[in-house]
Write a protein that binds this ligand. Structure first.
Ligand SMILES: [Zn+2]
Length: 310
């Protein structure tokens, strides 16, 4: 189902053309009126009552940092072709697909990696410092929580700032791979397509053909971003770990996620089974609205920065 406010999401046709999108971060934040004072009071009360808060965040949190919401399963900004997200099986099977994927990813990386945490990320980090937040699970792969200094954090769908080798499992920094791309493709970069305001990258087939992709230094294996692609499943041990953190918590707050994807939604089902109170802060409806005692519509940064971790 396409929700009405999703028309602002960059994956829809009208805003794909660079010229139609004015520059500015708020492009990616769905239209929303200011949150009313009563809702803020109720949310403050919810947070005050919680002693060990379990927080789940999603793409709605990062739109305020200028990262578009693709509402896609942990695949982040670049894990897709022009028409659909990159599928795990296709990435593994097709050297051509990997070449296109990495070429686009290479061009977009300087912009994508430069995004900074916003007031919502910073507020949640303060809540951790104050002992209010027991655990934070994010479905985002943009590293903005860790950039904000969040420690009690699980990146459910991995992180685009890390690269994994499908052969030996070695994990390396995406930044290091960028240096390898540059040294392997010294002439290539100058001819590459521009980055659109929504962070998307457009490349001609001819350009992609000449892009050289390195393999693992140690074993020669395929390098893949350490993020969950479509058709890939979240690590079982990670899911178990998060369930354990949930069991230690006494309330659940969802921030900036419509919870359309099961990998996040399952924790709301577990919270229901444990009869834990649930509050949701999001613009637009979510899959878990019926499980929440409180639903607040508003921009994450605006709302969280006025809620005190009392
Ligand atoms: Zn390897």
């Amino acid at each position: 189902m396409r929700l009405p406010w999703r028309v602002l999401a960059p994956h829809t046709a009208p805003v794909r053309r660079a010229s139609s999108v004015p520059a500015g971060l708020m492009n990616f934040v769905p239209a929303c009126s200011t949150t009313d004072a009563h809702s803020l009071e109720l949310l403050q009360d919810f947070v005050t009552r919680a002693r060990r808060l379990f927080v789940i965040t999603g793409a709605g949190l990062s739109t305020e940092s200028g990262i578009p919401d693709y509402r896609s399963e942990g695949v982040g900004l670049y894990a897709r072709t022009d028409r659909r997200p990159m599928q795990y099986a296709e990435f593994v099977r097709s050297a051509k697909s990997r070449q296109r994927y990495w070429a686009r990813n290479f061009v977009g990386w300087p912009q994508f990696s430069s995004h900074q945490p916003n007031s919502a990320h910073k507020a949640l980090q303060r809540w951790e410092d104050r002992g209010k937040l027991h655990w934070l699970v994010t479905q985002n792969v943009d590293a903005l929580h860790s950039k904000a200094g969040q420690k009690r954090l699980t990146e459910l769908h991995g992180c685009a700032h890390r690269v994994t080798c499908l052969g030996c499992g070695a994990i390396s920094a995406r930044e290091e791979l960028q240096r390898r791309f540059i040294s392997l493709n010294p002439e290539w970069r100058a001819q590459a397509g521009a980055v659109a305001p929504d962070g998307d990258v457009f490349l001609e087939d001819e350009q992609v053909l000449h892009f050289r992709v390195p393999s693992c230094d140690d074993c020669g294996g395929i390098l893949k971003p350490e993020v969950t692609f479509f058709g890939d499943s979240v690590n079982k041990a990670t899911v178990q770990f998060v369930h354990e953190r949930l069991a230690e918590s006494d309330a659940v707050l969802v921030v900036g996620s419509s919870l359309q994807v099961y990998s996040g939604y399952r924790f709301l089902l577990a919270a229901r089974d444990r009869e834990m109170p649930v509050a949701i802060l999001n613009i637009g409806p979510t899959r878990a609205d019926h499980l929440a005692e409180l639903k607040v519509s508003g921009r994450c940064g605006e709302v969280l920065s006025v809620i005190q971790p009392l």
